[in-house]
Ligand binder design. Structure first.
Ligand code: 26M
Length: 821
């Protein structure tokens, strides 16, 4: 367990004030009278960055002098959000800076709103990477995050007449004060071209890749400040640029023409983040992005290794461990093989030994449509040598398979990296398992399903290689920084170590029945709801009552996450209220935040349906004292930080077996929201921790889902059986919610009936509705509810990302911490 205790730095408000003013004058070229919030924000960032860079320098020196083993977290996404508040808290400078700015007549809260989110990720996977690098720095572990410096992060979502519109995200338009360009560490990356076979001495076959083009990788470093401010690691993000070194004239005609034909616009490689969450896009540019950042990162790692160890590769795997965040960076495996075999002229077996002691792979999904596969022909065009290497890896691997399952072609074709067929495909999941020394799922149930359903033969072949590391979240951002009122109350009861010793929250359980503490806890929740209500009014014009239950579902829009199950239940409540104005229910505000992948039609239809239903309900005086529905546009990290502290209820309602872990579930429970959820992902472990009385579990289990599907699930059974459900679904086909446009919401009904309801929405509806009834009546008992909410916060210690990282360290990375100073 992390034993780090924060030692806030002592920099007084006078010094900070002077530094901010100095930067206002000398960096921004303005003054106290002219400066607007944006200028104050930038000047404050510059003042904070001075402290950050001091820590960075000391950390890099300590790591260099100790020649430390380090983890390299390879991820196509890092969903960092805003950095100001986090950096201030982690440096122990929040209060002092707040005070300094006050004395200058400036509000820290206001200027923090000037910072654009760094939205270089889609959702859970990208945010997990951000939480992990926070924990790594906090725990004084030598670590580098490697990824892509997208010019445009995840699209900005606007809602026009109920529908999602995508707008470009331009997070760097006015400069990013946290990043540092490192031109001294630029890398050159080859692409396209062909492979030449040469016959060297002793009959050794040498392969030489003649690339069709070369692009330049420019590194941008974002310092990552650990809590306590001692260790400052880096997140290194690669930007692509046209290579100026590359001289077209020296290339032969074939290469030249090839390169021209491909028309690789080097700059486009890091232009934009693909907004597909849980679908495999199969686009050429995406594969190039993956190779580009992996190749840059490997070269960077090897340059650093060689500085300490020269050309002796023997200690490489002792010094370097690379964690692959899903299969997106799996191309790093054949790339390291290429470097070792083709460039360092190592024999295959030695090279493979190094590779398979260097890489570890985290799986984040079981959904078949999310498992990455690349057409072999696309591969051959972009990375011809890598395809050869993959075939060689596969050939040798299948020989091993044959020893265990002789002449079993069915098993061979299942385990093969290559999926045979008219269009051969490269399976990145299989490559990742074969090329790694450890493979982990992200919650107990998910890891069990990875072993039992996704990779059972690999588990047999290499017992112990497949394992679990349950996800976590950083309590610095997701409690201390986002919920200052609750943090202060917690400090007053159990002291200030909880941000690095989250188990200490257990101490709050002693106060779960204490009337005074209950009152303070619930008053904070209420105050957070008042704040959010003001934001809701400003963002949407909708007025909500902070005395209502705030029921929150925030996550990417996906059928398996079942936002439409939530919507059907809202429609049920609406109907009940219309049929029986006296229908007993606590006033409820349903809040949604979700982006849909731009090409995912049904997901966009669900957003549209939520908005249309919301419009109708919010403007219906017959029910709008009891029921409100709000879709908050452009859900992102900074909006999550406002919604989570104000939530009473957390919706975690995926079909059992589909949500690998979930991490929003942890953030909400940590802030005292009660979960209504299925036995899926980390919900199961949350239920174990908080206890059955303090969570609302409903719906089919994984086994029941499997059985129902095996017996032939027919959604019409539920439609005809449940009158309320039928009425609701039929309602969607009228023009009640879309006046003059009958059928505008019909796609939803069709997906659930003729579409076969692949995620069993109708099967779980009744059980979900019952759970909501139980939850509603529990809320009536305000002391009982307060106790449950407090116990949720008190029992979330397990879900700190520090615990996840400690699990990785102990079971996979075998890293030692390195104290700085
Ligand atoms: C794939 C191909 C092309 C472009 C983008 C992608 C892609 C990008 C992100 C695919 C999946 C992506 O993210 C998946 C994800 O976020 N998974 C979530 O990971 C969390 C952290 O482990 C889990 O908590 C969630 O359950 C899981 O859904």
């Amino acid at each position: 367990r992390a034993k780090n205790t924060a030692q806030p730095q002592s920099l007084d408000s006078k010094t900070i004030k002077a530094s901010i003013v100095q930067h206002l004058h000398c960096t921004l070229g303005t003054d106290e009278n002219k400066a607007n919030n944006h200028a104050w924000w930038k000047a404050t960032c510059a003042a904070v960055q001075e402290q950050v860079l001091e820590g960075l320098r000391k950390t890099q020196r300590a790591h260099y002098l100790n020649d430390t083993r380090a983890v390299h977290y390879f991820s196509a996404e890092f969903l960092m959000g805003r950095l100001m508040s986090n950096n201030l808290h982690n440096l122990g400078l929040f209060e002092t800076t707040d005070q300094a700015l006050k004395e200058l007549g400036v509000s820290l809260t206001d200027i923090m709103e000037e910072e654009p989110d760094m939205a270089l990720g889609n959702g859970g996977l990208g945010r997990l990477a951000a939480c992990f690098i926070d924990s790594l720095a906090t725990m004084d572990l030598p670590a580098v995050g490697y990824g892509l410096h997208y010019e445009h992060g995840l699209f900005r979502q606007e809602i026009k007449s109920g529908a999602q519109i995508e707008r470009p995200d331009s997070w760097r338009d006015y400069g990013n004060p946290w990043e540092i360009c490192r031109p001294e560490s630029i890398q050159e990356i080859p692409l396209y071209g062909y492979v030449e076979t040469k016959y060297g001495d002793k009959g050794r076959i040498q392969k030489e890749w003649h690339p069709g083009t070369i692009v330049k990788g420019v590194p941008w470093d974002i310092p990552v400040v650990g809590y306590g401010g001692k260790t400052v690691n880096v997140l290194r993000l690669w930007e692509s640029q046209a290579s100026d070194y590359f001289n077209w004239d020296v290339f032969n005609a074939g290469g030249y023409v090839d390169a021209q034909k491909e028309n690789v616009q080097a700059e486009t490689i890091s232009k934009v983040l693909y907004p597909n969450d849980e679908t495999e896009a199969g686009k050429e540019l995406r594969l190039i992005q993956q190779y580009f950042f992996c190749a840059c990162s490997l070269k960077d790692i090897i340059r650093r290794y060689k500085r300490a160890h020269g050309d002796n590769w023997e200690r490489f795997a002792d010094q370097v461990v690379i964690q692959l965040n899903d299969t997106h960076p799996a191309i790093a495996i054949p790339e390291l093989m290429r470097i070792l075999v083709d460039r360092a002229e190592m024999d295959w077996d030695s090279a493979w030994e190094i590779c398979t002691q260097t890489f570890a792979y985290t799986n984040h999904t079981l959904l078949p449509e999310a498992l990455e596969k690349w057409p072999a022909r696309m591969f051959e065009k972009i990375l011809p040598r890598h395809l050869e290497i993959i075939y060689e890896i596969n050939h040798r691997f299948l020989d091993e398979v044959d020893k265990v399952w002789p002449n079993d072609n069915a098993i061979k074709s299942k385990l093969s990296i290559i999926e045979e067929g008219n269009d051969k495909m490269v399976r990145m999941g299989n490559l990742s398992v074969i090329g790694s020394f450890a493979v982990n799922g992200v919650a107990e149930i998910h890891s069990r399903l990875v072993k039992q359903n996704l990779f059972p033969e690999f588990d047999q072949l290499w017992p112990g290689k497949l394992t679990n590391v349950t996800n976590g979240i950083t309590p610095r951002r997701w409690l201390k920084a986002c919920n200052p009122r609750l943090s202060e109350l917690i400090d007053s009861k159990i002291g200030q170590d909880w941000p690095v010793q989250l188990d200490k929250l257990q101490g709050l359980a002693d106060f779960a029945d204490d009337a005074k503490f209950q009152k303070a806890f619930m008053q904070i929740k209420h105050q957070n709801k008042v704040d959010l209500a003001a934001d809701i009014k400003a963002l949407t014009g909708v007025e909500v009552d902070p005395n209502a239950i705030f029921d929150v579902q925030i996550k990417r829009l996906h059928e398996y996450k079942r936002q439409h199950l939530n919507l059907l239940h809202i429609l049920a409540l609406y109907r009940r209220l219309l049929e029986n104005p006296g229908y007993a229910m606590t006033p409820r505000v349903f809040l949604f935040g979700a982006k849909a992948a731009p090409g995912y039609k049904l997901a966009k239809d669900i957003i549209y349906a939520i908005n249309k239903v919301a419009d109708k309900i919010n403007n219906d005086p017959r029910v709008n004292q009891k029921l409100k529905v709000v879709f908050l546009p452009n859900y992102r990290v900074s909006l999550a930080e406002k919604m989570i502290p104000a939530a009473d209820v957390s919706e975690q309602i995926s079909t059992a077996g589909k949500e690998a872990s979930g991490t929003g579930n942890m953030k909400l429970a940590l802030n005292g929201a009660l979960t209504i959820g299925t036995l899926d992902g980390a919900n199961i472990e949350i239920a174990e921790e908080v206890g059955d009385d303090n969570i609302y579990i409903f719906g089919l289990t994984v086994e029941e889902v499997q059985a129902l599907k095996a017996n032939g699930y027919n959604p019409y059974d539920y439609y005809y059986e449940n009158k309320e459900l039928k009425a609701i679904l039929d309602w969607l086909e009228t023009d009640y919610f879309t006046p003059g446009k009958p059928g505008a919401l019909a796609s939803l009904k069709h997906s659930l009936l003729d579409g076969g309801d692949p995620y069993l929405v109708l099967a779980d509806f009744a059980s979900y509705s019952d759970a909501h009834k139980a939850l509603d009546s529990a809320y009536q008992d305000s002391k009982g509810w307060a106790r449950k909410a407090i116990l949720n916060t008190a029992r979330m210690g397990k879900f700190t990302s520090d615990r996840s990282i400690q699990d990785y360290v102990d079971r996979i990375w075998k890293l030692s911490s390195c104290k700085v100073e």
